[in-house]
Each structure stands twice: as C-alpha cells, then as structure tokens.
Design a protein around this ligand. Structure first.
Ligand code: SF4
Length: 332
C-alpha cells in the first residue's frame, strides 16, 4: 500500500440530494419575479421559506416581510409563504383588497384539500405535526373546530376522542419519516374508524433528504446539516442522522461551525435542508477544506427533477414558462 492509501486526507462527503426543493425554488422565484414586475416594495407574509440568508437577500432587493396580512397597506402586492395560510388569513387579505400571489407549495396545498375533504365527511382530523409551525397553523385553519394536533405517540394516548369516533389523520410535510410512522401506527391501534392519506403527507423532498442523510450517517464520523434553526426539515435531518448513531449538528452558516465537532473526524458528512441555498454549503465546504478536509466527494443518491409551475401571471410572457431567477436558480 502507498502512504497515501494508508493515511488518506480527511474527507468531506456531500449528500445527494441536498438543499433547495421544488417548492422552495418556486416560492423564492415568485418573490423575485414579483419584484421585477411590480417593483419594491413587495410584501411577504411570514418568512417566504425558513432560511435567514434567503430572507436577508430578498429584503435587500425590496421585499418587506410582515407577520400578518393586517400590516400590509390596502391594495398592495402580498405574497403568501411556501408554508401556506388558513382560510381566515385569505379572508383578511380579501377584506384589505390585497393583490395576493400565493407561493404555497403545491404539496402543502394538497394537505389543505385533504383536510377540507375529511372535515366535510364529518371526521375529526388528527394533524400530526408541530403545534407552532406555520404549515400546521394553516392546515388547522381549514377546520379549526374539528382538528387536533398530535406531536408524538404519547399524545395519541392522551387524546380525548372516543375509540370508535370517525377520525382522519394528516401529517405535516416535513416530519421525520420514521417517527411519523410510529405515530401513525399508534393512531391505528387506538381508533377503529380511521382513514388517512396513502401512508403520510411527508413530501418527496423531505424523504429524499432524510434518506440521503441516513446514508451519510452510516459512512461519516460527524454529519453537518446546513439550515436555519426554524427550518423543520433541517432539524429533522439532524435527528435522523443521530438516530443512525452518528453525531450531527445544525449549521445555520459557516460562522456557526464549532471546530471541536471535527475532532478526530476522518469523514465529515455535509447536507442542507430544503430551504438552505447552495452558497451556504459552499461556504462550509471551503472552511472544511481549509481545515484539511481536502478530499471532497458527492455521495450516491437519488437525482431530483421535480419542478412546480409558477402562477400564470408571473410566467415569462414569451415562453409561458417560469423564468430563471437569480437566487432561486443560483445552484442549478
Ligand atoms: S419541503 Fe416539501 S412541502 Fe416543503 S416546500 Fe419543499 S417540496 Fe414543498
């Protein structure tokens, strides 16, 4: 064996896929395109996606982020975030005559439609998710009087609903696949008249990123997930790696890297949540390279080619297609 083979450079293994999903690209593209077409300011209700870098860039270009539609001047352009909104928010926007552009991810919109259908069928909706997440707030708003939020298998035991009551479950799109399966099993054990979506509503992007991070965890000494603290899918990726027995940390950006995490780590796995731009991954990898992890490789994974159409009013007038926009397309 050569010396190089016995003492290889410390490695970086990049997850595939990682970073932006189709819903996030579409949502960012909607704000960029609205700024191009209508000029600043464009109001955005809540963070368009849960990433501080993305929000900061769009703010720099003229987007104004507000917590409530009530803060938007009457008649102004207002974008709803990728996480979706309740019917009550839509009604508030209509009352203020806002020019709404809806950036709700189509996969979140599908969960809303399921909630409406189950409520119409007279079922109590058991929404598996995190109580304070915007997506859960929006879905619960479809049938607030008949929706209960369930976070864990223990919560299922505490539900004050008769065993034979007609119930339906739905799940937040960005949950941990394995933990959600446990909660859904607990629901099936507890209720006799229960229906739900096929399996769950966890989206393709969350599943693919969790599978990729599992693969990293099996071959790395530590896993770093680029993503903001309020990003649900990024937090779940950290948890998934830890459940595989690998130390894992969330890294909002390279300034938050704690070099002690790398102590004696031969292979460092790097991934990014669905709302984290590739520029932040590059910053982290550059730092790891400077620290001696010079052998950078991409793990085998599932290529993604999902694209969601833009609202017609924002499409390119000549081609009718979604125009490329700088931030949404920066890493393509
Ligand atoms: S993570 Fe999934 S549900 Fe959320 S925006 Fe991306 S594709 Fe849509």
């Amino acid at each position: 064996m050569t010396t190089e083979q016995t003492t290889p450079h410390p490695r970086v293994l990049l997850a595939e896929p990682r970073g932006f999903c189709a819903g996030v690209r579409r949502a960012i593209g909607i704000v960029e395109r609205a700024l191009d077409l209508y000029g600043a300011p464009v109001y955005v209700r809540k963070e368009i996606v849960h990433n501080h870098h993305v929000v900061g860039e769009l703010r720099r270009r003229g987007a104004v982020f507000v917590d409530s539609e009530d803060e938007v001047p009457e008649g102004a352009v207002c974008v709803f975030s990728a996480h979706g909104v309740s019917p009550q928010v839509r009604a508030g926007a209509t009352a203020r005559r806002l020019d709404v552009i809806d950036a709700t991810c189509p996969l979140v919109a599908k969960v809303h439609q399921e909630a409406v259908r189950f409520a119409r069928d007279g079922r109590t909706i058991l929404l598996v998710g995190h109580e304070d997440h915007e997506e859960v707030e929006g879905v619960r708003g479809e049938a607030p009087a008949r929706t209960l939020v369930v976070e864990s298998a223990e919560d299922v035991e505490r539900l004050d609903v008769p065993e034979d009551a007609p119930v339906a479950y739905l799940t937040q799109t960005t949950l941990s696949f394995d933990e959600t399966a446990e909660v859904v099993q607990a629901l099936h054990r507890r209720f006799t008249d229960i229906v739900g979506p096929h399996g769950d509503d966890i989206c393709y992007a969350s599943q693919n990123r969790q599978n990729a991070v599992k693969s990293l965890a099996r071959s790395c000494d530590v896993v770093l997930v680029v993503g903001s603290e309020n990003s649900s899918n990024s937090q779940r990726m950290v948890e998934v790696a830890r459940r595989e027995g690998c130390p894992a940390h969330l890294v909002p950006d390279v300034t938050r890297l704690d070099e002690r995490w790398l102590d004696s780590a031969g292979t460092v796995g790097v991934s990014a949540g669905a709302s984290a731009p590739e520029i932040l991954v590059r910053g982290l990898v550059d730092r790891l390279t400077a620290l001696g992890h010079t052998d950078v490789r991409v793990d085998d994974g599932t290529p993604e080619d999902v694209v969601f159409a833009m609202p017609t009013r924002l499409a390119d007038p000549e081609t009718g297609r979604a125009p490329r926009t700088p931030l949404a397309d920066e890493d393509r």
